[in-house]
Design a protein around this ligand. Structure first.
Ligand code: GRF
Length: 230
C-alpha cells in the first residue's frame, strides 16, 4: 500500500520538489505539506502538485496550540510518515512522541559533526569550511526530542574543494540531497508498510564499501581517483 507522508518545509523546498519528482507513487505519496511560514515557496510547490497544505505559525505562540494544529493537520491527511525538508523549527515533543520512529530529517553535513541548535543553512557549510574539513556530506536521520541526534539512517560524502564558499558548497551538497532523500524516504515507507522498524534502514555510500571488500579494486581505484583534486 502507498504510505501517505507529510512533508514539513520552511523555505524554498527543493528537497520537497525532489520528493514530488522522484518518490515511487506505489510506495509513498505526499498527502500534506506543512509549513511555519506563510511565504514559504514550498506552499507554491504543494499547490502546483494539487496537494493539501497547512500553515502552522510557531513564533510567539503557545507550544500546545502549535502541537495541536500540527497533529490535527497530520491526522486529517492520514499521515503515517513525517519528512522534514528544510524545516528550521524544532518539532514539538508531542508530535515527536505520536509519530515516534516515523519522522525523518535531512541535514547538509555528516552528523554528529556540524549539527545541533543553530546549525542550519549556511552556518553548517561555513563551519565545515572554517574547520578545514576535506569531506562533508549529507545525513538522513530519525528525529527525536533533541536537535540532530536521532539515529542515522543514511550518509553520503561530498568533497570540500579549495576556494569553496558556503554557497558553492551548499549547492554541491544539495545535489546529493535531492538524490539521497527520495531513496531513503522510499526505503522508510517500504519498511513501514512491511511492519518493520524504520530505524533498521541503513543506506551506505559506495565508498564505505571499500574497506568491507564489497567493491572490486578497479571500482575503488576509480572512486578514489575521482575524489582527488588539486
Ligand atoms: C537543505 O540543505 C537541508 O539539508 C536542510 O535545509 C535545506 C533545505 O533546502 N535541512 P530546501 O528548502 O529543500 O531547498
Amino acid at each position: 500500500m502507498t504510505v501517505p507522508i507529510g512533508v514539513f518545509a520552511s523555505g524554498g523546498g527543493t528537497n520537497l520538489q525532489a520528493l514530488f519528482d522522484r518518490l515511487d507513487p506505489d510506495v509513498a505519496r505526499i498527502a500534506l505539506v506543512l509549513t511555519d511560514r506563510p511565504q514559504a515557496h514550498a506552499l507554491e510547490r504543494a499547490r502546483a502538485a494539487g496537494v493539501r497544505a497547512a500553515v502552522v505559525p510557531i513564533a510567539n505562540r503557545p507550544g500546545d496550540v502549535v502541537a495541536g494544529e500540527m497533529i490535527d493537520a497530520l491526522r486529517g491527511a492520514g499521515v503515517r510518515l513525517v519528512v522534514l525538508a528544510g524545516f528550521v523549527r524544532k518539532v514539538p515533543d508531542d508530535v515527536v512522541r505520536r509519530w515516534s520512529g516515523r519522522i525523518l530529517n535531512i541535514h547538509p553535513a555528516l552528523l554528529p559533526s556540524y549539527g545541533g541548535k543553530g546549525m542550519y543553512g549556511h552556518h553548517v557549510h561555513q563551519a565545515v569550511i572554517e574547520a578545514g574539513a576535506l569531506v562533508t556530506g549529507v545525513t538522513v536521520h530519525l528525529v527525536d526530542e533533541e536537535y540532530d541526534r536521532g539515529r542515522i539512517l543514511a550518509q553520503w560524502p561530498v568533497p570540500v574543494l579549495a576556494g569553496d564558499t558556503p554557497e558553492v558548497l551548499a549547492a554541491r551538497v544539495l545535489k546529493v540531497e535531492h538524490l539521497l532523500y527520495p531513496a531513503v524516504v522510499g526505503a522508510a515507507a517500504r519498511a513501514l508498510d512491511a511492519g518493520r522498524e524504520i530505524r533498521d534502514v541503513a543506506w551506505h555510500p559506495p565508498v564505505a564499501f571499500a574497506g568491507a571488500g564489497e567493491v572490486d579494486p578497479a571500482t575503488i581505484e576509480a572512486l578514489v581517483g575521482e575524489g582527488i583534486t588539486g
